[in-house]
Ligand binder design. Structure first.
Ligand code: GLU
Length: 423
């Protein structure tokens, strides 16, 4: 494989349409009534704000911010806030709906929401990011709330942004409100185990799926696309299960070593290298090539629309475990199904993050904090149970795990809607 300049894969298929086509299929199989269908097909609320921020050079720049609440049928809406130049309404709408289904799949009492700010955080100073986060929080003061809509980290956001958000919200409301957001630093009411929760859940889902497929972890190989929080921690924990990680990647491209990459070493390298893998010692491949490697397990943990109708036929993995939200388009699903590749869908595979967010919110409201061991144990149990429930639904309805996950989720949300009544 020759090194090519890394080019981000273009969004070839609209994520909202991808989400809707799965929703439609699951709704049809489930026999969802027309009224529930009509309610759930559109988000309940979509807020667009323009955020003026004083930049370090004294100029004022105006950023577009979004928050979409898809559904609050099961409880307050929950979902992350991402900072990226790719943020747009269609993407946030799809991501918000995915959060509704994700929370329902793992059985936590939340609806779904998502937020985003169109910005390039790598080009902004810490002070600029703080002012932007505070401006966004101020504009969303009546949307957010511990009983209304609870943000969390997502792409390019983390504990620091959540700390600013919590602080700003608490100041506006005049009371300390840690439960307004999750993914906070430990010293500010964050939960033990939250940082690694998504990656840990990916590992638990991968193990459960390998069990069904009869893949022996000790003999298996794996490639992980994306080396942010989800990708790097998934890779580390999957390696600890005995799999050989032969390739990893980030915005700078892919890194391949058939003898295996030591993930602890790669994480230490990234941390001391300005946050990227640039220069890491391994054969260079592209972010497209990493998806097509001859491995047993593939973990797309970067962003949406990586596996599409254009490359699905070239995928060689036996098992795909979706660390990212929406990495596979609906058109690609058809090809992967024909190839008999098992896909543990995003709304199940990466639900470990929001599960521990729920534990964080519970702890904030109790004012009593759990040990890391307790968080891991409960989160692992939640993931295993959800996997088995989805697997059983896939057997019952003769569908892929993805459609089964949607069936499980839509069934719960539509029942909640029916009990509450639409008015
Ligand atoms: N952003 C994460 C996700 O997509 C976490 C959301 C949360 O914890 O609320 O699942």
């Amino acid at each position: 494989m020759s090194y090519k300049e890394p080019a981000p894969i273009k969004n070839q298929e609209n994520p909202f349409e991808s989400m809707m086509s799965r929703f439609d299929e699951a709704a049809r199989i489930l026999g969802l009534d027309q009224n529930s269908y009509n309610v759930l097909k559109s988000p309940a609320k979509a807020v667009l704000v323009n955020l003026p921020v004083i930049m370090d050079d004294g100029t004022v720049q105006v950023f577009e911010g979004y928050r979409v609440v898809h559904s609050q049928a099961m409880g307050p809406s929950k979902g992350g806030v991402r900072y990226s130049m790719d943020v747009n309404l269609d993407e946030v709408k799809a991501l918000a709906a995915w959060m509704t289904w994700k929370c329902a799949v793992v059985g936590i009492p939340y609806g779904g929401g998502k937020g985003g700010i169109k910005c390039d955080p790598r080009k902004m100073s810490k002070g600029e990011l703080e002012r932007l986060t505070r401006a966004y929080t101020g504009s969303m003061r009546d949307v957010f709330g511990p009983e209304n809509d609870i943000p969390a980290p997502d792409m390019n956001t983390g504990p620091q942004e959540m700390a600013w958000l919590m602080d700003e919200y608490s100041k506006i409301k005049g009371q300390y409100s840690p439960a307004v957001t999750t993914g906070k630093p430990l010293v500010l009411g964050g939960s033990s185990g939250r940082v690694e929760a998504t990656g840990r859940g990916v590992m638990v889902a991968a193990r459960a799926a390998m069990g069904k497929l009869g893949i022996n972890p000790i003999e298996a190989t794996c490639a992980v696309q994306g080396f942010g929080n989800v990708g790097s921690i998934s890779a580390k924990l999957i390696q600890l299960q005995g799999l050989k990680i032969v390739a990893i990647s980030d915005v700078t491209g892919g890194y391949y070593d058939p003898n295996g990459i030591d993930i602890e070493t790669a994480i230490a390298y990234r941390n001391s290298n300005g946050g990227t893998l640039e220069g890491f010692k391994a054969e260079r491949i592209t972010n497209e090539e990493i998806l097509e490697l001859d491995v047993d397990v593939l973990v797309p943990a970067a962003m949406e629309d990586q596996i599409t109708k254009h490359n699905a036929a070239n995928i060689k993995a036996k098992l795909i475990v979706e660390g990212a939200n929406g990495p596979t388009s609906a058109n690609a699903d058809i090809i992967l199904n024909e190839k008999n590749i098992m896909v543990v869908p995003d709304i199940l595979a990466n639900a470990g993050g929001v599960t521990v967010s729920y534990f964080e919110w519970v702890q904030n409201r109790l004012g009593y904090y759990w040990t890391e061991e307790r968080v891991h144990r409960r989160a692992d149990r939640t993931m295993k149970q959800a996997f088995e429930e989805v697997y059983a639904a896939s057997q019952k309805y003769g569908t892929s795990l993805r459609i089964a996950a949607y069936i499980v989720a839509i069934d719960k949300v539509s029942k909640a809607l029916a009990f509450r009544g639409v008015f």
